[in-house]
Design a protein around this ligand. Structure first.
Ligand code: IPD
Ligand code: CA
Ligand code: CA
Length: 264
């Protein structure tokens, strides 16, 4: 299944690469939430391959929802993470595929076709970038850290829009980036390119593979208050993800706390 998932991500990545920069049809799922014909093509390809190799497995894919079966296995698929970037011709996007077994993510594969970078992690076996082991960074101080985040698609209508946290970290860390691909943000944290990542309101497809990749690279993943990360939070809670190199985790939790006040 590991090789199958790797081939699947690479082949789907080729679809993204083939259409990149061409005139494509873009529709709106929400005010700023786009879906392109390439999201749909990539997802169709991935689902067909899974259905033909593992017809009993469940599939949770961003555009098509969940196909429930009695199987223990569930594929969690983001066929194009970074759609807004993609639709604008900004080359930061990827395919993210995770495999869950009995409710636990055991395999994560993220492929960036632009840079030909393949991130893979299997539970207990470490994380790899193009077959070489990767590890989170060794930055121990928040003030020296390069962080990354993202904003929810309902940013214009919700008060939980992450702008408060963004300004806190902009003033406490070295710098903050917004790449537009949560799956790559997690992989880059795993590879030590970023020291920490936080975001809210993500879907399971954005995070499933990347979370395993960060953990297997030696990082920590939790909710904003340090409690256990939930891939499928109950309706009463929103998804919150804080993924770091472990060393700055507590400092980031402190900045994300309700009672945080900026030092003067
Ligand atoms: C989005 C990206 C983005 C994040 C959004 C996601 P999509 O996924 O990962 O970085 O900020 O919350 O929804 O829509 O491009 O697959
Ligand atoms: Ca996504
Ligand atoms: Ca997507």
């Amino acid at each position: 299944m590991r090789n199958f998932a790797i081939n699947l991500a690479i082949e789907a990545g080729k679809i993204l690469q083939d259409y990149f920069g061409r005139k494509i049809t873009v529709s709106h799922k929400g005010q700023i939430d786009l879906v392109t014909e390439v999201d749909l093509l990539s997802e169709k390809y991935i689902k067909e391959q899974i259905a033909s190799h593992y017809p009993k497995h469940q599939i949770l894919a961003e555009e098509g929802g969940l196909s429930l079966t009695s199987s223990d296995y569930r594929w969690i698929v983001d066929p194009l993470d970074g759609t807004t970037n993609y639709a604008h011709g900004y080359p930061i996007f990827c395919v993210s595929i995770a495999l869950e077994q009995a409710g636990k993510v055991v395999l994560g594969v993220v492929y960036d076709p632009t840079r030909n970078e393949l991130f893979v992690a299997e539970e207990g076996l470490g994380a790899l970038l193009n077959n070489r082991p990767i590890h989170v960074s060794e930055k121990a101080l928040l003030k020296d850290a390069l962080l990354v985040t993202g904003f929810p698609y309902d940013i214009k209508t919700t008060t939980k829009n992450n702008l408060n946290y963004f300004s806190r970290f902009a003033l406490t860390a070295r710098a903050v980036r917004r790449s537009g691909s949560a799956a790559l943000d997690l992989c880059y944290t795993a590879a030590g390119r970023f020291d920490g990542f936080w975001e809210m309101h993500l879907g399971a497809w954005d995070a499933a593979a990347g979370v395993l990749i960060v953990k297997e690279a030696g990082g920590s993943v939790s909710r904003f208050d340090g409690s256990e990360f939930e891939l499928y939070p109950p309706k009463t809670k929103t998804m919150e993800i804080l993924a770091t190199n472990k060393l700055i985790h507590q400092d980031m939790i402190r900045v994300l706390a309700d009672d945080f006040v900026l030092p003067t």
